[in-house]
Design a protein. Structure first.
Length: 406
């Protein structure tokens, strides 16, 4: 098996997938924007071939690089785990006539409006939505559906560039921020009230081989905009509970309707007064190193399981569901330089035996912007056999730790 991997060493989490492929005996080649001499030294030794391109988003350059590699050894798979590279990888597969996530599926997984329309036709409950490319279309949708509404780029990443608007004044501000008045096409949709979570899978030939369910506290849009919030992600070990049956059925149906074959998936959902609603899905692993939580909670090497799936082999492990796992970030009180902490001793005493990993930058460290995500500045990752106790510990950290800055 010869796998061509896009961007094999940058960003750093990509290296885990390359390592996993090497561990199961797959031959790996890479295409990336870095010169080979600048690759991570360990990753470089795992690659049988490598081609540098000016841009991974230039189809012609990508195809030329792949053809050079294929002349030396035929390519069996083209893989990417970055949201932005899913569509370029699919286009390259099509050019090389290689099996894998299709251009149609990759496009649907990137274009949130087209995704929801396709799934609504298949009976999946989604928020009312539309693609709009003018101020008049935005205003018409708002008049028909009412407030609150969500506006975001059609191929946005996570919550970046997403606006929740509750009145005409906020709507007009979002129109300007997203350049709709200049002709940019955006996704607009009904705001769904409810609790937010995600459903991660490793699908093989369209069937779920591994699955994991997690919860956000609070919802992502709130967490990414309020510095005082200590955002939490909690991965439950109660996946097999009957209360999740509807969610598991929904996730499987979405995978089938979008034509996802052998791929990691990351699906977000809401549950509230209107019941369970689909939010969006990516044909890729989640960000924020959330697979590490699934590994730690389930006595499982999910990266190896992914590599086995990619290489057409059977699973070696099953998820134990032994631990619930969680991640919590405590934000600095302001941007600047970290000067001191409060409450760390109490956290080490109360939670130390349950900590998996943590990051506590020493005083004098410059802070990093909130927009970079949940694994910046000060954060803690834990596991516990009881999901409710895990949540209690994360709430304790949120109330106890203070990060002071100057």
């Amino acid at each position: 098996m010869h796998v061509l991997f896009l961007a094999p060493d940058h960003p750093a989490p990509h290296r885990d997938y390359v390592h996993a492929l090497a561990q199961v005996g797959v031959r790996i080649s890479g295409v990336g924007h870095r010169a080979q001499a600048r690759l991570d030294s360990e990753i470089s030794t795992l690659l049988s071939d490598y081609q540098q391109v000016g841009s991974l988003f230039d189809p012609a350059s990508l195809l030329t690089a792949a053809e050079r590699i294929a002349k030396r050894r035929p390519i069996d798979r083209v893989e990417a785990v970055d949201e932005l590279l899913i569509l370029p990888a699919a286009r390259l597969r099509e050019e090389l006539a290689i099996a894998g996530t299709s251009v149609e599926t990759a496009t649907l997984c990137r274009d949130k409006t087209a995704m929801k329309e396709a799934l609504r036709q298949g009976g999946i409950p989604c928020a009312a939505s539309a693609a709009v490319g003018s101020v008049a279309e935005v205003r018409k949708f708002a008049e028909q559906v009412g407030f609150p509404l969500i506006l975001k780029p059609r191929a946005g990443l996570a919550s970046q560039g997403t606006f929740r608007v509750t009145d005409l004044k906020e709507l007009e501000a979002a129109i300007v921020a997203l350049d709709v008045h200049r002709g940019s096409s955006v996704a607009i949709e009904e705001f769904i009230e409810g609790h937010e979570g995600f459903y991660d899978t490793l699908a093989v030939a369209g069937e779920v081989r591994h699955e994991f369910i997690s919860h956000y506290y609070p919802n992502v849009l709130v967490a990414m905009r309020d510095r005082t919030v200590a955002p939490q992600v909690a991965a439950t070990n109660r996946v097999d509970a009957t209360s999740y049956d509807e969610l598991r059925r929904l996730g499987r149906k979405v995978i089938h309707l979008l034509g996802i074959e052998t791929s990691a998936t990351h699906m977000e959902w809401f549950f509230g007064p209107k019941g369970l609603k689909f939010s969006e899905i990516g044909a890729r692993p989640p960000g924020e190193r959330l697979w590490d939580l699934h590994c730690a909670g389930n006595d499982l090497d999910l990266y190896r399981e992914w590599a086995l799936a990619i290489s057409g082999r059977s699973a070696e492990q099953t998820a134990s569901r032994r631990f619930a796992t969680g991640s919590i970030q405590v934000r600095p009180e302001r941007d600047g330089t970290i000067s001191a902490y409060e409450g760390l001793d109490k956290v080490w005493k109360r939670c130390g035996g349950h900590l998996i990993r943590s990051s506590v930058p020493p005083p004098g460290t410059p802070t990093r912007p909130m927009r970079l995500g949940y694994l910046e500045n000060t954060w803690f990752r834990l596991r516990h056999k009881n999901y409710d106790e895990l949540r209690t510990m994360m709430d304790f950290i949120a109330k106890t730790v203070k990060v002071h800055c100057r």
